[in-house]
Design a binder for this molecule. Sequence first.
Ligand code: SF4
Length: 293
Amino acid sequence: MHFTDTVYRNPYWPTFPLLQITQGCTHNRCKFCTMYKGVPFKLQPTEWIEEDLKELAEGVPDAKTIQLLSANPLCMTYDKLAPILEMIGKYLPKMEYIYAATRVTDIRNKTVEQLKSLKGMGLREISLGVESGDDWTLDRVVKGYHAEDIIEQCGKLTEAGVDFWMSFLNGVAGKEHSMDHAIHSAEVFSRCKPMLVGTGGLVLFPGTPLLEEAERGEFTPLSEKEMLIELKTFVEHLTCNCTFITHHTVSGKNLTGPNFLAMKENIVSTLDDEIKHGDMDRMAAIRRSKRTL
Ligand code: SF4
């Protein structure tokens, strides 16, 4: 198999076979991310994709699911992407479910009809590393889109019937804009109605512009308690039903499940309890031990 850079595996369906169709990230500018630093964006050569599919056809001929790589494989235009999905169907004829993580901006170059057509070829689920629905925050970390883009592109996915997840990055706005980030993100996510909302917590990794800004005093990270308060605010304002998953360091507790609205009260009271009694040193130690997003 031709894997040339960081492999980000779907954290909830870890048994997927993986197929790389692009290299790196088209954007590669988010201030908190080092995943594809030094990896120039390229389309994977078609002959490599076909060789990999032949290998998969020998190894897992009955595969029904597959994950596309790399950072944002759906950036391709419909005309480039559709033949690849057709090729997947040719080599893996039992394929039912194609998944990819990708950027909100990658949906822009496709019409609803084209998205429906891709769905017909097996594209069933997309995860969007949205991180925030607050324009100030999105600009601050150079995500490359605004809340209106998120709402518009997610609306197209909904119309096409392609399921999608959205992620909220707890702490990414820093201290001054924490509440705007929490409230505006919850409002945008609620309007988009994703099938799954995942929440992760900011870690300032070495080599990221955001860490350098923090060291210069230009970005003020949240304390562990402030992270919990921001997460609680986000949860309180989130009104769509969805599967809810958190990677917060208190996630050993009951903060994850398939029916968010039924769990919402419990999540809020668990977070409240952690805000009052949680072991902040332990949470900080877990956060410091993280090596990747
Ligand atoms: S967070 Fe995603 S879009 Fe941003 S640079 Fe990293 S991989 Fe690319």
